[in-house]
Design a protein around this ligand. Structure first.
Ligand code: PLP
Length: 451
């Protein structure tokens, strides 16, 4: 039985899979401030037309441009591993497989969409991008992509991560990006938060407001988002398509496919190609895993809300903790977003995908067991999926398990340090924070509310 299942370069997917084509119900459209659906043209100050067309497309497969596929060849196809040593450590009969997206130069799955977005922006004549980053993973991925396509990049990095992860900033700057701690003084949105809360730890919602404002106010600049939007989820489906071929090479099919869920693109990337099988009648469970400190799917409300704190984005129908929700400063910074991808939320609402939340400590415990048996030190975000995979295996809930190891943890050593010193604390569901953020939302009259 092989430990590492490799595909040849020729098996890098030639198309992205668009789940919209196969949904049981059409997706709820984004709404403008007047409560009416926004057309593609409303997005044109922020995104190139190729990406806008992907955002609204219902075509089942979309060709990957040769220029993008050429760069994918630097690290794709990524390996699929059978976790023999972890299985042994657990004493389980379950078969555990993981797809390793930490193989990209930026260290996570986020490079898959960063390269595509940089390519389409370059092609449209744009010379500069603005974006936000939480843990620094997305900023790093886009900095890499912008270096490869010779674009300028301004990154607004959530302050708690900027302070906790100085080496992520060094990595972005090494690839040529400019990095500001958010809330910053560079934008009106940042200045206004600092006025009200000088000690603000920042949040993805605030950093998005800053990046959107930056892009909207300059003709040479577009905005780029690392998760949540349909086109981002689309680009990530190279993961699941490769994994399907690799599982077939192993002669198995997963009972459950697991991934951590921040904005949802990582989960969608591995799960959506399998969801297509499921809609075709195959039995497979799809499990999204989130932190209890930011429990969007498991404790959020399904309604229209803004994607950012300042309310500059269109309203998206999603499970949300409220766009003013500032989650506790946990170490899985990539999972600290108040909402989730509308496509993932719709599928969760329809019962086609499952969700589960874990506190930090059991997640780090799983991370160390994994590092000590499989060798790879996982990103804290990815360790949420490991925790769930272990629990699925040891409870007997699943026999063949596939999870996405979305990134390595080489820039998260201060978090590991804290855990090893016994200083890491668990934030259970911060119900008071969520309630107050949601209370502000109910004063909006947008959209129907279910659950
Ligand atoms: C960003 C990130 C995630 C979460 O990704 P989403 O697509 O936003 O859900 C998971 N793992 C790692 C390593 C990340 O960097």
């Amino acid at each position: 039985m092989d430990t590492k299942i490799l595909l040849p370069e020729s098996e890098i997917p030639r198309q992205w899979y668009n789940v919209v084509a196969d949904l049981p119900h059409p997706p709820a459209p984004p709404l403008g401030p007047d409560g009416n659906p926004v057309g593609p043209e409303a997005l044109s100050p922020l995104f190139p037309m190729d990406l806008i067309l992907q955002e609204v497309s219902s075509q089942q497969f979309i060709d990957i441009p040769d220029e993008v596929r050429d760069i994918y060849r630097l690290w794709r196809p990524t390996p699929l591993y059978r976790a023999h040593r972890l299985e042994k450590a657990l004493g389980t009969d379950a078969h555990i497989y993981y797809k390793y997206e930490g193989a990209s130069p930026a260290g996570s799955h986020k490079a898959n969409t960063a390269v595509a977005q940089a390519y389409y922006n370059k092609k449209s004549g744009i010379s500069r991008l603005a974006t936000e980053t939480g843990a620094g993973q997305w900023g790093s991925a886009l900095a890499l992509a912008c270096a490869l396509f010779e674009l300028e990049l301004q990154v607004y990095m959530v302050r708690v991560s900027y302070d906790q992860k100085p080496y992520r900033r060094s990595l972005m700057e090494s690839w040529g990006a400019h990095v500001a701690s958010s809330p910053s003084t560079l934008t009106g949105a940042g200045r206004s938060v600092r006025e009200h809360d000088p000690d603000s730890a920042g949040s993805l919602g605030i950093a998005i407001s800053e990046a959107v404002e930056d892009a909207a106010s300059r003709a040479d600049t577009h905005y780029s988002l690392g998760s949540v939007l349909n086109h981002v989820l689309l680009h990530q489906t190279v993961i699941g398509q490769e994994a399907q071929k690799q599982m077939a090479m192993a002669g198995e099919y997963p009972d459950v496919v697991i991934a951590s869920c921040g904005g949802g693109s990582n989960f969608a990337g591995i799960a959506f190609p399998f969801l297509r099988d499921k809609l075709g009648g195959r039995r497979v469970r799809l499990l999204a895993v989130e932190p209890t400190a930011c429990p969007t799917l498991t404790k959020g409300r399904y309604m229209y809300d803004y994607g950012d704190t300042a309310g500059m984005t269109p309203l998206l129908k999603m499970y949300t903790l409220g766009h003013n929700f500032v989650p506790p400063g946990i170490h899985a910074g990539g999972l600290r977003y108040h909402g989730d991808a509308p496509l993932v939320c719709q599928l969760y609402d329809e019962g086609l995908v499952e969700a589960r939340a874990y506190p930090q400590k059991p997640v780090f415990e799983a991370a160390l067991l994994f590092a000590r048996s499989e060798g790879i030190l996982p990103a804290p975000e990815s360790a949420h999926a490991i925790r769930a995979a272990i629990d699925e295996a040891t409870s007997g809930a699943a026999r063949v398990i596939l999870f996405n190891l979305s990134g390595h943890g080489h820039f998260d050593l201060s978090a590991y340090d804290q855990y090893l010193r016994g200083e890491l604390v668990d934030y259970e569901y911060p119900s008071a924070l969520v309630e107050s953020a949601l209370a502000e939302l109910t004063s909006h009259h947008f959209g129907p509310r279910s659950s």
